[in-house]
Structures are given as structure tokens and as C-alpha cells.
Design a protein around this ligand. Structure first.
Ligand SMILES: Cc1cc2nc3c(=O)[nH]c(=O)nc-3n(C[C@H](O)[C@H](O)[C@H](O)COP(=O)(O)OP(=O)(O)OC[C@H]3O[C@@H](n4cnc5c(N)ncnc54)[C@H](O)[C@@H]3O)c2cc1C
Length: 420
């Protein structure tokens, strides 16, 4: 079987069986091309199973270019306009996946199983006769005549007329994406924009983290870089022993990751009452005190703040005598408390590692890739798609949307002109 594959020089080879690679293989297969997909893990699509907490948030109805980042974010706009979330929903509906829309335009399979997405992609590849060989770690791509030779770690070589590189980035290497694709691209003369982890938990420098570990609350997080507001996001926040996580934090983590080693001063400002003004909070605290002035200060805040948060916030607001009657709180102390829960500034030191990050920022420099075909401008016949490129999206289904859309463009473009 493998020998047969090795003797098909007119085949298209897809390197990497993740989201973008499988769609690229399907798009090329539907155009009638012979396709061989090489995957370094024992199975294709391992990462897909972990997406959306096992439910796969596979697209978002709010997809637009502003949700994407990179050195040249406009690179993705043509592809995302032509192959938008409607296209993705239709693509998967045709394969059998009914969509379920949830908050903020996020789509999941109706079955609520990420496995459904993987199953239908694998089935479609099978129907189209896409050959899949797993445990083939491609190390290098060599030019050979008018085509290429894919050289693998075990010494095997596979000839191809065209190659699509869909090896992902460096995030979550346990699912196969270990940055190997960058080496293949560099070997061809491509420039790599230094990758860094995005959509990842943030590390904070604060003495109270162990006490707050596991605490969840709704609020707003705003990133400041050298005292300038950078990005603000609302949603569920989760304290951990090293810092903070939750959807708003993942959204702002890209900038933390990008600037944490720049020498700039980074802090996250938390608003624990985003729907209240500071004056409203002061009024509320004052009214509560007037109703029961003899209550100890720490008891006074029960039912208003999470119990584990009370001693921490009081300490941060420099209120030391927490068992004194709350009637003894001065106006200045009440103001200080309200100001703190509205704008609690905590310094950040960086992010968690590649292992924890959901997506890679940086990658193959897109100025060397044709945005309409995904073909390399410096090595014709080589195409790229997905996270290996210097394009990364926000949290909410945008990264898979990019993987499907760019994979489809690369697959169709590579198949154009290869048919006998
Ligand atoms: C925990 C987690 C949850 C996520 N949840 C979501 C979500 O709900 N919605 C969303 O939009 N995005 C989500 N993402 C991001 C999304 O999964 C990725 O952006 C997307 O999978 C990228 O697809 P890709 O095909 O470009 O790369 P990958 O999915 O990383 O696939 C790359 C494939 O190439 C293989 N490979 C690598 N190098 C080689 C080589 N040298 N030779 C052969 N094979 C190779 C790898 O083994 C892998 O199978 C999540 C990511 C993680 C880690």
C-alpha cells in the first residue's frame, strides 16, 4: 500500500492531518486529484477532538477580519469573505453535521460532540479515495524535477507534483503540532515570523493567588501596557494558582504573550461589577452599613462578594481591622473599597506555555504566500493553510473557521491543473 503511494509522482501530498489538512485533502479530492495525506501521529485530527471542551466550536456567525491577527491580518480577508461561516455551515451540513448556535454566534455540532466533525471528515476522505498514512513525520521537502520529494523521519520518501503544508503551529504539541512545519518551510526559503503562544492563561504577580485558586466570577478584564488600555473583555474569570484564566483572559492573552518580554509594564485591571458605577457601589455599601452598623466588616460583605474574595479585597484596600463593626468604616475606606472592586490592578508576568495555549501567533510569513490561492510565491507548487501561517484568530470558533477556509482554498488551488 505504502509502496503504491510512493510510486505516484502526480499526486498531491498534504502534510498534516489536522482541520486544515483534511479539508484541503477533501477539496483537492473533489476536484478529481489523487491525494495522499501524511500525518505524524497515530491518528488524524487528534486536536479536533479537544476543541470547544470536546464539543468543537467549529465556526462563528460574527466572523470578520477584525477577529484575526498577524503581521498582515488583511491577508485572510479574501478567503474569509469567499469561505465564510455560512459556507462552513453548508460544508458540514452536506457532510451530515447539523449546527447548534449558542451565545455570541458560536456554532457547535447538534450532537455536541467534536468527534462528529472528525468522523464526517474522515468518512468524506475515504469516499473520495484520499490515502492517509499515519506515523509519517515529514522532515523535509526537496525539489525533484518539476515536483517534490517528501522526506520522512523513518527514511521513507514520497514524490508529489504539489504539496500542501498544513502542519499547524506549536500550540498543544501533545496533539501533534510541534512546529516541525516551520522547519520544512524554512528549508524551502520561507521566512518565519517568530511564533508565540496565544489564547492561553495569564500569569499574575500577586501574593493572594493560592487563596483564590478555583474561584470563578463574572467580570471584565482590561489589559494595560505601559498604562495604556489595550483590550477589554467581559465574561467568566477563573483564578488559578499561577494567575487567571477564562474566556476574557484568553482573548487578551495574545498581547500579554507578545509584550511580556518587551520590558513594558503590563497589568490586568479587573472590574468585578461591570454593570454598576463606582458611585452606585458606594451608595449600596453605605446603605448596607446603615442597616446593620454593628456587623463585623468581613460579615458585612457576605452576600455581596464571594466569601474567599472578602479578606483579599479588604487587604488590597488596606482595611486591616476586618472584625471591627462595619459602622466604623470611614467614607475614604468605603470609596477605596468600591474603587478597588471596579478597577483592581494586578501586574502580569507572562502567559502559560505552548502546552496550554490553544493557538499560535506568528508562523510562515504571509507576504510570501498568494492570498487568493495559498500558494508559495517563492516555491510554486507548494501551498500552506491553517495555523502554520502567520494568521491567528480570537477565541470563539474563528481559528477553525480559518483552518477550514484556507484549507479549502489551498486544496482547490493545488488541484487546479494537476488533472490528467
Ligand atoms: C484545547 C484546544 C481547544 C481549541 N478549541 C477551539 C475551538 O473550539 N474553536 C476553534 O475555532 N479553535 C479551537 N482551537 C484551535 C484550533 O483547534 C486550531 O487553530 C486548528 O486545529 C488548527 O488547524 P490546523 O490544521 O492548521 O493545525 P492542527 O490542527 O494543529 O493540525 C496539524 C496536524 O499536522 C500534523 N503534523 C505536524 N507536523 C507534521 C509533520 N512534520 N509531518 C506530518 N504531520 C505533521 C499534526 O500531528 C497535526 O495532526 C483549539 C485548540 C486547542 C489546543
Amino acid at each position: 500500500m505504502k509502496k503504491q503511494a510512493m510510486n505516484k509522482p502526480n499526486q498531491i501530498i498534504v502534510i498534516g492531518g489536522g482541520a486544515s489538512g483534511m479539508v484541503a485533502a477533501i477539496a483537492a479530492g473533489r476536484k478529481g486529484a489523487r491525494v495522499l495525506l501524511l500525518e505524524r501521529m497515530q491518528r488524524v485530527g487528534k486536536k479536533i477532538l479537544a476543541t470547544g471542551n470536546g464539543r468543537c466550536n467549529y465556526t462563528n456567525s460574527n466572523t470578520n477580519i477584525l477577529c484575526y491577527h498577524g503581521s498582515h491580518p488583511g491577508f485572510a480577508s479574501d478567503t474569509l469573505r469567499r469561505f465564510n461561516s455560512e459556507w462552513t455551515l453548508d460544508f458540514f451540513r452536506e457532510l451530515g453535521v447539523e449546527p447548534r448556535m449558542e451565545a455570541d454566534g458560536k456554532f457547535f455540532p447538534f450532537s455536541n460532540q467534536a468527534g462528529s466533525i472528525l468522523d464526517v471528515l474522515r468518512y468524506e476522505m475515504e469516499q473520495l479515495g484520499v490515502e492517509v498514512i499515519c506515523e509519517q513525520n515529514v522532515l523535509k521537502l526537496k525539489k525533484q524535477g518539476s515536483g517534490f520529494l517528501c522526506q520522512c523521519a523513518d527514511g521513507k520518501e514520497f514524490p508529489a507534483c504539489k504539496v500542501i503544508i498544513t502542519t499547524g503551529g506549536r500550540s498543544a504539541p501533545n496533539f501533534g503540532s510541534n512546529g516541525g512545519g516551520y522547519k520544512i518551510a524554512e528549508g524551502l526559503g520561507h521566512k518565519i515570523i517568530t511564533p508565540f503562544p496565544a489564547l492561553v492563561q495569564v500569569r499574575l504577580n500577586a501574593p493572594f493567588l493560592k487563596r483564590l485558586k478555583g474561584l470563578r466570577l463574572d467580570g471584565e478584564a482590561e489589559l494595560f501596557i505601559d498604562n495604556e488600555s489595550h483590550r477589554k473583555e467581559k465574561g467568566e474569570l477563573l483564578f488559578t494558582d499561577y494567575g487567571i484564566s477564562g474566556p476574557p483572559i484568553l482573548q487578551i492573552s495574545r498581547s500579554v504573550s507578545q509584550f511580556s518580554k518587551s520590558g513594558k509594564d503590563l497589568f490586568i485591571q479587573l472590574d468585578l461589577f461591570p454593570n454598576w458605577s463606582q458611585e452606585e457601589l458606594i451608595l449600596l455599601i453605605t446603605r448596607r452599613i446603615a442597616a446593620n452598623p454593628g456587623k463585623p466588616i468581613d460579615m458585612h460583605f457576605i452576600g455581596f462578594l464571594h466569601k474567599r474574595l472578602i479578606p483579599v479585597v479588604l487587604k488590597e484596600a488596606h482595611i486591616e481591622e476586618i472584625h471591627s463593626p462595619c459602622g466604623e468604616l470611614t467614607e475614604k475606606e468605603i470609596r477605596c473599597m468600591a474603587a478597588l472592586v471596579k478597577a483592581w490592578r494586578i501586574p502580569c508576568t507572562g502567559t502559560q506555555s505552548w502546552m496550554d495555549s490553544q493557538v499560535t501567533a506568528g508562523g510562515v510569513d504571509v507576504s510570501q504566500v498568494d492570498p487568493h490561492t495559498m500558494e508559495s510565491k517563492i516555491v510554486p507548487g507548494v501551498f500552506f493553510a491553517g495555523e502554520v501561517l502567520d494568521v491567528d484568530g480570537d477565541c470563539g470558533g474563528y481559528n477553525l473557521q480559518w483552518a477550514w477556509a484556507s484549507g479549502h482554498v489551498a486544496g482547490e488551488s493545488a488541484a487546479g491543473g494537476t488533472l490528467e
